[in-house]
Write a protein that binds this ligand. Sequence first.
Ligand code: KMT
Ligand code: NI
Length: 176
Amino acid sequence: MRAYLYDNLDTDCRLPHELEPSVPVSAEELAASGVLYWKLQDENFEEQIDKICEERNYKNRDQITVSKEGLGALFDEKIKTFFAEHLHEDEEIRAILEGTGYFDIRDRQDRWVRIKVEAGDLIVLPAGIYHRFTLDTNNYLKAMRLFKEDPVWTPLNRPCDENPHRKAYLEVIAAN
Ligand code: KMT
Ligand code: NI
């Protein structure tokens, strides 16, 4: 995982969009926005996932392959949906199994922070944070999705500032 401020240029979202010079964003700064991160080691990947699931009460899991092959006819539509700025009423938890991609989150000053993820990264986006996802130019990412209860992955596109989960999120990070 590596995070940095997004350059906001209107070019292909799959490009790095890193400022020159780069402005890195630390794991501590991400944590202040409620974003959690673990690096899982290859050797005991399953064990570590199981432990985090137990600690954080993630009961269900499935897998998604974000690629032309993996999503078939739905590819274009899904990619568009993922990159539209949105929030969820639940945490978005992803363990990256293969490939690479970018999660963009809005920081406390409403700036885009780009988080580059690769195999072994486990990332938790809190309920109520505005975010989006894109593949990079490798066009391939396989991830495990973890859920607390039954999967509800309804994206609520910005603006939805009156949403109670959005309001609760802002209250929590204001205290950080
Ligand atoms: C979402 O809701 O933003 C996603 O599920 C992103 C794609 S999963 C790697
Ligand atoms: Ni999302």
